[in-house]
Design a protein around this ligand. Structure first.
Ligand SMILES: *Cc1c(COP(=O)(O)O)cnc(C)c1O
Length: 384
């Protein structure tokens, strides 16, 4: 059975090019990047090449502003905890939003337990944070504003640049979780004017377990890890050279082919949404129609549970998601869908299909055809 993978927001395959680029760093150029001998120096060069690739892709001024981490979760944790620790004497107020990834929201919960005050801003019915809401919440003791660039569940692209302007007017730092945005839409740290920006490799064709945090030069932040001198003393531990090589190459490749790839994916996505809305009764689109990630489709199929649809799709070899993978298996409705005003029932009937470059129109059509049958079947079961 040919499998159809429509869960790219959870993770995406390592691309062929990235795979070929990283393999030599396991068994041939296996040196420790801190060693002085030849294989060590080669590893160091590879790490610094990857840092420069990311700097260039993000439009950062210095490659020394790019720090490698174990992924998006660590980057988010570091940005928030690291700034909170170093800015505490200036203030203890942090602003974030109700639709952030749990890596941000749960870190904020922890900071709240430590005595920080957290304002969680609401969003509108399409998931947008209003810059005006940031202006109303911000204070003299606000040290950090953290608003994601694009939402992982409903694809909303947030007005980060406008929000950063408000943050800076009040002397607060601006962090954005760009994990879903990178490689899908333009991400430029100068245009966004953010001080910290999180990336995760496995969302754009690099392996899992590698990420990066952009930290603008001069930003006050505490070290993530104590130990060796790696990553300018801020994130100790022997560098994961193959994966660092992978994230650098993956982001460079993703940015290079972005326009054509995103246009293709957007076309598939629009076809998918159109067919779902016109051929299945009582389907609600979650998230906006414009200012939306190219590969994101999220719908509530009223009257049935998203989990049941998922399982039936899985039996047909189609990988999808309901809510986000991080909350899969839990009965709580998605915090994002709740934040845009969906009822508990509507949220539990959600299905997220996220597309990638290797998907085809035929796969989308096959998915909708199977989905029509599955929904009809589940709805008739309910009536008996
Ligand atoms: C996947 C994701 C993360 C977590 O990244 P990991 O590398 O899996 O830890 C954080 N934020 C967003 C928006 C994500 O989609």
């Amino acid at each position: 059975m040919d499998r159809i993978y429509l869960d790219h927001a959870s993770t995406s395959p390592v691309t062929q090019h990235v795979w070929e680029t990283i393999v030599p760093y396991y068994r041939e150029i296996y040196g420790n990047a801190s060693s002085v001998h030849g294989t060590g120096r080669e590893a160091r060069q590879a790490v610094e090449r990857a840092r420069a690739q990311i700097q260039k892709a993000l439009g950062a001024t210095h490659s020394s502003e790019i720090y490698f981490t174990s992924g998006g979760t660590e980057s988010d944790n570091w940005a928030l905890r690291g700034c909170a620790a170093r800015c505490a004497e200036r203030g203890r107020h942090i602003i974030t939003t109700a639709v952030e990834h749990h890596a941000v929201l749960h870190t904020c919960d922890e900071l709240r337990r430590q005595g920080y005050e957290i304002t969680v801003l609401p969003v509108d019915a399409e998931g947008f944070v209003k810059p005006q809401a940031v202006r109303e919440a911000i204070r003299k003791d606000t040290i950090l504003v953290s608003v994601m660039m694009a939402n992982n569940e409903i694809g909303t692209i947030e007005p980060v640049r406008e929000i950063a302007a408000v943050a800076h007017e009040y002397g607060a730092l601006m962090h954005t979780d760009a994990v879903q945005a990178a490689g899908a839409i333009p991400v430029n740290v100068e245009e966004l004017d953010c001080d910290l920006l999180s990336l995760s490799g496995h969302k754009f064709g690099a392996p899992k377990g590698i990420g990066a945090l952009y930290i603008r030069k001069g930003t006050r932040i505490q070290a993530m890890m104590q130990g060796g001198e790696q990553e300018r003393h801020l994130r100790a531990g022997t560098e994961n050279v193959p994966c660092i090589v992978g994230i650098g190459q993956a982001l460079e490749d993703a940015v290079e082919g972005m326009e054509t790839r995103s246009a293709f994916i957007r076309e598939l996505r629009d076809h998918l949404i159109h067919r779902l809305e016109t051929e299945i009764p009582d389907v609600l689109l979650n998230g906006p129609r414009t200012q939306r990630l190219p590969g994101n489709c999220n719908v509530s199929i009223l009257g049935i549970e998203g989990e049941s649809v998922l399982l039936r799709l899985d039996l047909e070899g189609i990988a999808a998601s309901s809510g986000s993978a991080c909350t899969a298996g839990s009965l709580d409705p998605s915090h994002v869908l709740t934040a845009i005003g969906r009822s508990r029932k509507e949220a539990q009937s959600s299905l997220r299909l996220t597309l990638g470059a290797e998907n085809t129109l035929a796969e989308i059509d096959e998915t909708v055809d199977k989905l029509k049958y599955i929904v009809q079947d589940l709805r008739s079961l309910r009536l008996q």
